[in-house]
Write a protein that binds this ligand. Structure first.
Ligand SMILES: [Zn+2]
Length: 245
């Protein structure tokens, strides 16, 4: 939180400075251009590194599995297990990684997935959205790039003077700092996560060294969780407790 406060204060100060002393802008041209190039590069790299977003966004079942991945990770974190990360790599499966050697914990992972499903079905939908999700990183890169691009456009509309461009850019970045986390969660809600299922259950959990073409590093244990999901609410729809290992 203090980092956000420092960044916002520095940006506010810089915005006031460029408006109060336009001569400063002569020194800002190259740093701003370099920053713009960096932001654009990060934006392109982020899209290229996360092609899975298209796949998840286009398939309702994968979006449900993605939400179950987040919720399982949240429950494991509450259980104080050392979660490293996770990803969703199919319509009926996701992966969670623990730091260290935990291959014996398949039953705990299955139990966490079952509890996560029960809590979502009981109305705790927020469990399915995770701040550390790749969707949020991609949206952060996209919105930062947009903030820069629109501030340049806005400056042109306002007369194109350098101080106005710098001031608008700084204000746009300040707004981005305040909004990037809620925007990331909103993007998950709209495009990559769904909690719209009638029933679901984990049907198998296994520790694997390689999942979907990715190899687990030696200091992590990867678990693949297979789930059976009924997308729409149906009569009954209770979470079945039985789990095969
Ligand atoms: Zn995610």
């Amino acid at each position: 939180m203090w980092r956000r406060w420092v960044a916002s204060t520095v940006l506010d100060g810089a915005a006031v400075l460029v408006l109060a002393a336009p001569a400063v802008c002569a020194y800002l041209r190259w740093p701003m251009l370099a920053l713009y190039a960096l932001v654009s590069g990060a934006f392109v790299m982020m899209w290229r590194r996360n092609p899975w977003i298209y796949q998840i966004a286009s398939d309702p079942l994968t979006r449900i599995a993605h939400g179950l991945e987040h919720a399982t990770i949240a429950v494991l974190e509450e259980d104080r297990l050392p979660v490293a990360h996770g990803f969703t790599h199919g319509t009926n499966r996701f992966m969670v990684a623990l730091e260290g050697d935990h291959a014996h914990r398949t039953a705990e992972i299955a139990d966490a997935a079952a509890r996560a499903i029960r809590r979502i079905r009981a109305g705790e939908r927020a469990l399915a959205y995770h701040r550390g999700c790749g969707t949020s990183s991609v949206v952060a890169a996209a919105t930062l790039w947009l903030a820069f691009a629109t501030s340049a456009f806005g400056a042109v509309l306002l007369g194109g003077t350098a101080p106005i461009f710098y001031a608008i850019s700084l204000v746009a970045v300040r707004m981005w700092i305040a909004w990037r986390e809620p925007l990331g969660l909103l993007a998950q809600r709209l495009y990559t996560v769904s909690t719209d299922f009638g029933s679901a259950e984990p049907v198998a959990v296994r520790a694997l060294a390689r999942v979907g073409g990715w190899e687990a590093p030696s200091d992590e244990t990867w678990f693949e969780v297979l789930v059976r999901v009924e997308p729409r609410a149906s009569a009954g729809g209770a979470v079945a407790p039985g789990v095969e290992m």
